[in-house]
Design a protein around this ligand. Structure first.
Ligand SMILES: NC(=O)c1ccc[n+]([C@@H]2O[C@H](COP(=O)([O-])OP(=O)(O)OC[C@H]3O[C@@H](n4cnc5c(N)ncnc54)[C@H](OP(=O)(O)O)[C@@H]3O)[C@@H](O)[C@H]2O)c1
Length: 301
């Protein structure tokens, strides 16, 4: 665990250099990590979502976001479409392939297309296997399970996964776990969308499936809920200094979660979010209190 005093000390120094608020800077602090189940591969608990900056090929902002992320020991970046090239190139130009795990969404409609797509991505991301190949279609992955298993056997990808942002997809995703098609799931989970904790997260834990969480801020709506409200003083008890960290710490305190995605095109927000990946986490009783507190605010609004 990171020394909290050191974290704040570096944060202050960095703030002087960059004019970024101290709370949002911690250039020397490394994120806490958890192992990908069944491996010795550590994954930092805060990841990067598929940012608009990546999708729009905004090299300046994308580079800034990724440099901050690398500096903190970040691991997982979610990439689809043009982000796969934007991020892949920045990562490979910095020889950071060993540190970064790219969650690639693939779109090839049959085996031939899929393998051509992977070869194209390898040319940008590096010659080795893709880290993680994902589909967005749960039914599609169920139908094409053998095709995806063969990608692993043939050394073209290391892990296979499925990513969706709504509870209606959980039953199909659970079938994929049951049929041993996937190594990773990506699901929505937060104080406002807690349903994953009922069945799919425990099932993932029991089956050694890595879990990545999306929609930590319900696509930004969370900030509309908490706007104008003070962070409760007791948030300091688990080293939480902002509303963003309040949501992220709630999520990563679930023992089944490997990593939570944070989507932003704003480097200051990225630093704020990464601050959730160090220090203490809320215990079970505090998590209940956090959710009650947020729901009370939401009901008042
Ligand atoms: N597989 C799928 O089907 C699927 C579907 C949905 C999402 N996802 C993945 O999950 C990721 C995240 O989910 P999401 O798209 O719902 O986004 P989210 O992370 O819940 O919210 C993103 C929004 O929060 C704002 N934000 C981020 N950090 C902030 C901070 N510290 N302070 C204030 N505002 C902040 C961002 O604005 P700024 O840019 O201004 O910071 C943006 O508007 C996506 O990027 C994607 O990788 C996957």
């Amino acid at each position: 665990m990171i020394d909290r005093r050191k974290f704040i000390q570096y944060a202050g120094a960095q703030a002087l250099l960059t004019n970024i608020p101290a709370v949002a800077t911690a250039m020397s602090a490394k994120l806490d990590t958890r192992l990908i189940p069944g491996t010795t591969e550590p994954m930092a608990i805060i990841g990067l979502g598929n940012s608009r900056a990546f999708l729009d090929n905004d090299i300046a902002v994308s580079t800034q976001l990724l440099e901050i992320f690398l500096e903190h020991g970040g691991t997982y970046v979610d990439v689809s479409g043009s982000s796969r090239t934007t991020v892949g190139k920045i990562v490979s130009d910095r020889n950071a392939q060993q540190q970064i795990l790219l969650g690639n969404y693939l779109s090839g409609q049959d085996e031939g297309e899929l393998r051509t797509e992977i070869a194209g991505l390898q040319r940008v991301q590096g010659d080795g296997p893709l880290d993680l190949a994902m589909l967005r279609s749960v039914d599609g992955l169920a139908r094409r399970a053998d095709e995806f298993r063969a990608l692993k056997t043939d050394g073209l990808v290391r892990y296979v996964g499925i990513g969706r942002p709504h509870q209606r997809f959980y039953p199909g995703m659970m079938k994929l776990i049951e049929n041993k098609v996937i190594d990773f799931i990506q699901v929505n989970y937060s104080m406002m969308e807690p349903e994953a904790a009922d069945r799919i997260l425990p099932m993932a834990m029991d089956n050694g499936i890595a879990v990545v969480i999306n929609r930590p801020f319900i696509n930004g709506n969370y900030f509309n809920i908490v706007k104008g409200h003070e962070l409760p003083e007791w948030a300091a008890e688990f080293d939480c200094e902002s509303w963003a960290q309040f949501s992220l710490k709630y999520i990563v305190a679930h023992p089944g979660v490997n990593c939570v995605l944070t989507e932003t095109a704003n480097p200051k927000h990225a630093l704020d979010n990464l601050g959730a990946g160090v220090g203490r986490l809320p215990d079970d009783a505090t998590r209940v209190r956090m959710r009650q507190h947020l729901l009370a605010i939401a009901n008042k609004n």
